[in-house]
Design a protein around this ligand. Structure first.
Ligand code: FMN
Length: 171
């Protein structure tokens, strides 16, 4: 089987991570795959904050607990976060970052690293506490965050999922 196709067809969202850290080398490889994604008009105005500092990860989780008014929110306790941001005034920013995120998920899966899209931040871009956090990781208020990636190793190998999506040929 072609390895790329196998990686695409077996990727799953992982929502339970163990404590094993991801090497910097692997994270560099994963984020390098992100910057190889297509971007509208080749603008490449994205920026990726790769966060492995557990205090920073916990700080973000705590901010989101308050914003969401949900004390049980954990972001699945990842060992790493990749936070893609893009310029507010790039009209393709959301699509570009989604392409980059998919590369992150596929590259992670190919390295047996689990990952999942975390969607909540985008709804709190006006939050002062979230903005203060984002500044700390290099994301200023000219930028916005859409989805982010939570990453970590998993104990249980993901099972491929039967897909409901439809397609048709017209030949
Ligand atoms: C736009 C988008 C937002 C998502 N947001 C979340 C999220 O906030 N939390 C989460 O656990 N999964 C999130 N997911 C993951 C989906 O739930 C998951 O991809 C879907 O259920 C299919 O499962 P699979 O990834 O294992 O194939 C999101 C996925 C996308 C594409």
């Amino acid at each position: 089987m072609n390895e790329v196709i196998n990686t695409i067809q077996t990727r799953r969202s992982i929502r339970q991570f163990n404590d094993k850290p991801i090497s910097k080398e692997d994270l560099e490889l994963i984020v390098d795959c992100a910057i190889h994604a297509p971007s509208g008009m080749g603008k490449d105005t994205w920026y990726f904050a790769v966060v492995t500092n557990q205090d920073l990860i916990n700080e973000l989780i705590d901010i989101m607990k308050v914003e969401l008014n949900n004390n049980a929110y954990t972001m699945y306790h990842p060992t790493a976060l990749i936070i893609p941001a893009n310029l507010k005034d790039n009209s393709h920013g959301m699509e570009d970052n989604a392409c980059a995120l998919e590369n992150i998920f596929l590259a992670s899966h190919s390295l047996n690293i689990g990952s999942v899209w975390i969607n909540q931040l985008r709804h709190y871009m006006d939050s002062k506490n979230l903005r203060t956090f984002l500044e700390k990781v290099g994301i200023d208020d000219s930028m916005v965050v859409y989805g982010i990636a939570a990453l970590g190793y998993y104990d249980t190998k993901p099972v491929p999922k039967i897909r409901k999506g439809k397609f048709a040929f017209f030949e």
